[in-house]
Design a protein around this ligand. Structure first.
Ligand SMILES: Nc1ncnc2c1ncn2[C@@H]1O[C@H](COP(=O)(O)OP(=O)(O)OP(=O)(O)O)[C@@H](O)[C@H]1O
Length: 794
């Protein structure tokens, strides 16, 4: 196809036009797709200067145009043509260089070229390491995919799994975090990946590291091997084992900045200052006070530090809005804070590494790293939150004197240009007294300070790079004082064995663990501590060292008690009729007394008129009848009890009882798993067949229709996240609980209608109920963002 040539639309036009016959229309569409495919295969990347030069569907081209993307960046120029040819890609380019579009455009095109419909199920899976990044990718997807009619959803956790379940089965594109996706794949029969065409890993090196290993392996196991795979990151993995895990096919390594003199953006100014640990907060405070008209992002190594500094600095009123973000905040809070920071002009966000990767906050002036990052890759991602896409930015790294030599060597080794600057001593303000005052007045803040102290110490202790991180060389006592604490808290982990395990634990796990520090409020933690101290007398009894004394005494007591009971029974039997507990055997019946027989056995003694009368009542006798015995018949027609004891000799021969039990359980577990998998795949098979039938019918329906939106695009409904017709909605389109395959095909057409008025009303109604139905604009409020993550989540 000629460079820049526009493809005729593949879907019906808005204004009534001469009706084509179905066959002609289908033929035309086939030809267009073939042309597109051919142009992509023959495309010469050296001729590419504008997006319009690319052999793209008209819908994607229009989406890019509407989003004001005109000229591709270097990584886009190199990666997109290759991805359109169907190649697997390992893409590496500096932070902020536009990698997101480099994979989203191929995703849309692959599905378009396969004529993907909702009935085809999941066609593209995009995996991100954090929820925030997933949401951001999803927003870009919605913008550039607005002219497509694919369905797209977010799977990022934080919401009820069941709520997401049914909707996921209908999604064509999913943007997800690894853990939640794994959960769905394991538990959700509605989610079928058999048809997946393209897999994308953003921040691939992070996703492939140990912390996500299980989830990624589980996801990859369930998707077709012959799909296309795209991996992108600013710090790309080339680890052969990692790549083998993803079964990449002859991947093309696209690294646009590899020969560049620096690994970080050219417009980023990078500095470091030498700061003794006890002075870090003084310098941070002084810096913030001097830059109240800026947008500042400050990184700490743990959740507890973020919370402590946020809580104390807030009370000290620095004159700039303060925000804080870490992995253990509630999802809604995280979204709100991300949106607030994005939209603000001047503010200061204290954060953990949960925002280090991929997040595209507009116009950040400063990135401050109060704690040394664990490695250079983390450094690169952190500073990459500023100086994005042709903008300027500045970054300052605080280094303790003991960290300087090691860290500088590492940075230079990875081509990070950084210069030393000094702090003007006359501008430095000490906050120690204020912090002491706050800690003195508020025990919760003091407690948080202690936790911040231990979390920081632990973070240093577990770092692998001993040339940089050495806890023993740090002035911990002075550090505690600088936080306003009366003394250095005891660091328990220094004595515990588990620290060794932690040191060797995968990075992801450590992070989670660290951030889990911040999961609960100080109050809750204090309560927990207190709770631990309260021990009841039973706790003490069971905690006794000389347990066997108690046990012996107890056993004796029980045994004695049992004997007494036996004696009682004997005693009663003798005293009564003298025929005791064995009366039913009839061996020692009292002479002259009558017995009623039930099932051939003497069941009731008839020793009075009342009992005799009772004996004639069928109903009363039922209780003596017993329940009967269930029998099973073997092939020879012999009756057996359901559970028969095995021959004891043979049982013994088979080996140790415990071993046999284990073996039996393992076999049964295996059998159940196999049966479960068979059931699931049968259910999926059925669903696939149904989807194929629905698709055929839908295509038939569509062939005869025009969408009539007059925009020159056929079927011009934007790519929308799933419109929530679900349970709480009053819409009659879908009965509550109706499962996908039962939904009449006509309902599906709802997706293809373009009744703006109706959609507006629906959105208004749902918003009133605290539920957003659909968004065409970038989300601005928390409601909008929440809707992306939850209500719209398909
Ligand atoms: N072709 C383009 N024209 C104009 N702006 C672009 C273009 N491509 C990307 N951008 C903008 O550049 C910014 C950075 O893009 P993006 O977030 O994709 O970078 P990235 O390479 O993924 O960064 P990171 O490595 O930090 O994840 C975004 O604000 C995006 O809108």
């Amino acid at each position: 196809m000629a460079k820049g040539a526009k493809l005729p639309g593949s879907q019906p036009q808005y204004k009534p036009r001469r009706k084509e016959s179905r066959t002609l229309k289908r033929k035309r569409e086939e030809e267009e797709l073939e042309t597109l495919q051919k142009s992509a295969l023959e495309f010469d990347a050296s001729t590419l200067s504008q997006f319009s030069d690319l052999p793209l569907s008209r819908a994607t081209a229009a989406g890019l145009d509407k989003s004001h993307f005109k000229v591709p960046t270097d990584i886009q120029r190199k990666a997109i043509p290759l991805a359109l040819k169907g190649r697997d890609i390992l893409g590496a380019a500096k932070t902020g260089s536009g990698k997101t579009l480099a994979f989203l455009i191929p995703v849309l095109e692959v599905l378009y070229r396969h004529k993907w419909t909702p009935e085809d199920g999941l066609g593209a899976l995009i995996i991100s390491p954090t929820r925030e990044l997933a949401i951001q990718i999803f927003e870009v997807l919605r913008k550039i995919g607005q002219r497509h009619s694919f369905s797209a959803g977010l799977v990022i956790g934080g919401k009820n799994l069941q709520d997401e379940r049914e909707r996921l089965g209908r999604m064509n594109i999913l943007v997800c975090t690894p853990g939640r996706m794994k959960q769905h794949l394991e538990q959700n029969p509605d989610l079928d990946t058999y048809n997946l065409q393209i897999l994308v890993l953003d921040e691939a090196d992070r996703i492939l590291d140990m912390g996500f290993k299980d989830a990624i392996d589980a996801i990859v196991q369930g998707i077709p091997k012959d799909r296309q795979t795209l991996l992108f990151s600013a710090t790309q993995t080339k680890n052969v084992n990692d790549l083998a895990r993803l079964s990449l096919k002859d991947p093309e390594y696209v690294a646009v900045h590899e020969s560049a003199t620096s690994a970080t953006p050219g417009k980023l100014q990078q500095h470091y200052i030498i700061t003794p640990l006890p002075e870090k907060l003084d310098i941070l405070w002084s810096f913030i006070r001097a830059n109240v008209k800026s947008k500042i992002l400050v990184f700490f190594s743990s959740t507890k530090q973020v919370r402590f500094v946020y809580e104390t600095f807030r009370q000290m009123q620095p004159g700039i809005p303060l925000l804080h973000l870490h992995g253990k905040q509630k999802q809604t809070a995280r979204l709100e804070i991300t949106a607030n920071f994005s939209n603000s002009k001047n503010s200061c966000l204290f954060a953990t590494d949960v925002v280090a990767r991929g997040l595209d906050f507009p116009a950040v002036d400063w990135v401050i790293q109060v704690d040394c990052p664990e490695d250079v890759d983390t450094y690169i991602h952190r500073v990459g939150r500023t100086a994005r896409y042709e903008r300027d930015g500045r970054a300052v790294l605080f280094l303790c004197p003991t960290e300087e030599k090691g860290m500088l060597a590492r940075l230079q080794g990875k081509k990070v240009p950084i210069e030393k600057i000094n702090v003007k001593q006359n501008k430095k303000q000490s906050v120690q007294n204020q912090l002491q005052g706050i800690c003195f007045k508020d025990p919760e803040i003091k407690y948080l300070g202690q936790k911040a102290f231990t979390s920081y110490s632990r973070s240093v202790y577990i770092r692998k790079d001993r040339e940089i991180f050495d806890l023993e060389k740090l002035p911990l006592q002075e550090f505690a004082t600088s936080l306003g604490l009366p003394g250095a808290p005891r660091i328990k982990f220094l004595k515990g064995d588990d620290v060794k395990q932690r040191k060797n634990a995968p990075r992801g796990l450590l992070k989670d663990d660290d951030s889990s520090d911040g999961d609960e409020s100080v109050e809750e933690e204090m309560k927990k501590e207190k709770k631990k101290e309260v021990r009841t007398k039973y706790d003490r009894m069971f905690e006794r060292q000389n347990q066997n004394i108690f046990t012996e005494h107890y056993t004796e007591m029980i045994r004695h008690g049992e004997e007494e009971d036996e004696k009682d029974e004997d005693f009663l039997a003798v005293k009564g009729h003298g025929y005791g507990s064995d009366a039913e055997d009839g061996d020692d019946k009292a002479p002259g007394l009558k017995y009623i027989q039930v099932h051939g056995k003497d069941a009731m003694l008839v020793d009075s008129k009342r009992r005799e009368k009772l004996a004639t009542s069928k109903k009363a006798m039922l209780k003596y009848k017993g329940k009967g015995t269930k029998l099973v018949f073997d092939e020879e027609g012999e009756a057996h009890a359901i559970y028969e004891f095995e021959d004891e000799e043979e049982f013994k021969k088979a080996g140790d009882a415990e071993e046999q039990r284990g073996k039996f359980l393992a076999e049964e577990a295996k059998r159940v798993t196999v049966a479960d998998e068979e059931d699931k795949s049968l259910a999926k098979e059925k669903k696939r067949a149904k989807k194929e039938r629905q698709k055929a019918r839908l295509l038939e329906d569509m062939e005869g229709e025009d969408d009539g939106d007059g925009d020159g695009f056929d079927g011009g409904v934007p790519l929308v996240p799933y419109v929530d017709y679900g349970r709480d909605d009053e819409s009659e389109d879908e009965a509550p609980g109706l499962v996908e395959e039962d939904r009449p095909i006509k309902k599906q057409k709802k997706w293809f209608e373009d009744d703006e008025e109706e959609e507006r009303k629906k959105a208004k109604k749902a918003k009133k109920k605290g539920k957003v139905v659909e968004m065409q604009e970038a989300p601005e409020t928390l409601d909008d963002l929440e809707a992306l993550a939850a209500g719209l989540l398909a």
